[in-house]
Design a protein around this ligand. Structure first.
Ligand code: SAH
Ligand code: SF4
Ligand code: F3S
Length: 472
């Protein structure tokens, strides 16, 4: 156990502040207009939260933000490495920038995030994408202003993957958050679990917890700014604090946030089942601001596969957790992740996953086709499952889960739900989108001025993916 995690120091922040000023002046002099910055994000909420920090640094440097990559003077791709598909998409997007640069020769193209943390990908970018200016890893995120300054001062292309400040906790950088009422709040970085298929511990490093007082302080500021739905982020929130001497455990952190004044909701993700305790569920049940909703990835219903995945629980333990949670909180929504086609997964293993889905009946499910990740133990496992077999299994789970999701949603029809209106509906027949406590998406009619407010809603109909309601 380590005494304290190393936090980005005020000196380091001040040094970057210096680069921020220099870059601001540089752009004003050169462009005679406000520069435009764009960040394109791939991957999970952790990356979204990092993007908010990069945007914060851009705004400090005098940039206006745009969602249109080709217009940007500085374009950053914040990438993901979790599956091959995520990497192909990111590299495809990076490839497009050679055209953008012809129209705007001043444009700087940067890549950061988990994908370029892998040496073999960074090498590929260096060799095959000559129009990429700056590449830096997740550990060097806070040095973005410095890298920009170096490149603007005529340095050669920058590839900074040294990770010399590995594992710093980034306090004191102001994020540009998404619009109210929902916000991400990182509580821990990295992961110690080394599931045998997963690249995250290699690219994000060991688990580092933020200090509870920093987290609670940030939550207070968010509430003061009008945020009403806070999602605590970590690869495994249930092991929060185990790396910090004298730190509280996750349930206690939930209780402290729950005790803050105000009408708000707090959620968290992700929970690893091996570390999900009865205390966690007892706390959820006792804390009125903690949503009765949990994402609890099971990955497989086969104990043999779970063992080879290094998940360190079996299906019996998983089901007993779900039973306990539902006994305490019958209305709790439970969602999960499944990987199909893990090396060596037989028809029988797969049938056990199907049986688990039938038994547990998740509210919704993210199903992934296993993707081989270089450097992970599963990469070298024999018996890789053929692509067409994986696809058949994937399709079968989708079909099964779609039916279950529909049936679960149908049960809400005719009920009253308290929802938080969080944005504009993507369904053209409705104006507003909202979330129930259990994070079910609800489409509503109403005025945009209601975004950020709670409403009592009668659910009138459902689909597989959403509920449709009317304010009463
Ligand atoms: N820390 C979280 C998961 C983060 S990754 C947890 O343990 O629950 C999100 C999901 O991606 C995982 O739950 C898993 O289902 C999936 N995933 C991770 N690595 C994968 C791989 N190599 N191939 C396919 N899916 C993968
Ligand atoms: Fe990956 Fe497992 Fe860590 Fe989740 S807990 S990030 S799946 S290694
Ligand atoms: Fe992807 Fe990195 Fe998240 S690999 S899923 S962006 S931690």
């Amino acid at each position: 156990m380590q005494k304290d995690n190393r936090v980005l120091s005020p000196e380091q922040v001040a040094l970057q502040q210096d680069y921020i000023e220099k870059n601001r002046v540089f752009y004003l002099d050169r462009l005679k207009r406000q520069p435009l910055g764009c960040v394109v994000t791939f991957g999970c909420q952790q990356n979204e939260a990092d993007t908010e920090l990069i945007k914060g640094m851009m705004v400090d440097m005098g940039f206006a933000l745009t969602e249109t990559p080709e217009k940007a003077d500085v374009l950053v791709f914040n990438t993901c490495a979790i599956r091959e598909h995520a990497e192909m998409r990111a590299l495809g997007n990076v490839g497009e920038t050679s055209h953008y640069k012809k129209a705007n020769p001043n444009m700087l193209v940067c890549i950061c995030g988990c994908m370029v943390q892998q040496q073999h990908v960074a090498d590929k970018v260096k060799a095959s994408y000559p129009y990429v200016d700056i590449v830096f890893d997740t550990h060097a995120l806070w040095r973005f202003p410095e890298f920009l300054h170096e490149r603007l001062s005529g340095s050669r292309r920058i590839f900074d993957l040294s990770g010399d400040e590995r594992g710093l906790i980034l306090e004191n950088i102001k994020p540009v958050r998404k619009e109210r009422p929902s916000a991400w709040l990182s509580i821990a970085y990295g992961c110690n679990n080394f599931c045998s298929y997963c690249v995250v511990p290699y690219v994000r490093g060991r688990e580092r917890s933020r200090r509870p007082e920093d987290i609670v302080g940030e939550a207070e500021r968010l509430l003061a700014q009008g945020y009403r739905d806070i999602t605590l982020l970590g690869q495994n929130v249930n092991s929060y604090g185990s790396d910090l001497e004298g730190c509280c455990a996750f349930p206690e952190l939930l209780r402290r946030i729950n005790a803050l004044p105000g009408d708000f909701r707090v959620r968290f993700m992700t929970s690893h089942p091996k570390d999900a305790t009865h205390e966690l569920f007892d706390t959820m049940a006792a804390c009125e601001k903690v949503c009765r909703s949990i994402h609890l990835p099971v990955q497989s219903g086969s104990d043999r596969v779970l063992k080879r995945m290094n998940r360190r629980y079996d299906s019996e333990k998983y089901i007993s957790l779900v039973d306990y949670a539902r006994k305490l909180m019958p209305e709790i929504t439970i969602t999960s992740d499944i990987i199909v086609g893990f090396p060596g997964e037989t028809e029988e293993d797969f049938e056990q996953t199907v049986a688990l889905l039938e038994k547990v009946r998740f509210d919704s499910l993210f199903t992934f086709i296993y993707s081989r990740r270089k450097g992970t133990p599963a990469y070298d496992m024999p018996e890789q499952v053929p692509r067409d077999v994986k696809q058949v299994r994937f399709d079968r789970l989708m079909e099964l889960q779609n039916r279950i999701s529909w049936e679960k949603n149908e049960k809400y029809v005719g009920t009253m739900q308290r929802v938080l209106i969080d944005g504009i509906s993507e369904d053209k027949n409705y104006e507003l989108s909202a979330r129930t406590e259990g994070f079910k998406l609800v489409h509503l009619r109403g005025d945009r001025s209601m975004i950020g407010e709670y409403a009592d809603v009668l659910i009138e109909r459902n689909s597989t993916w959403a509920l449709f309601g009317r304010m009463v």
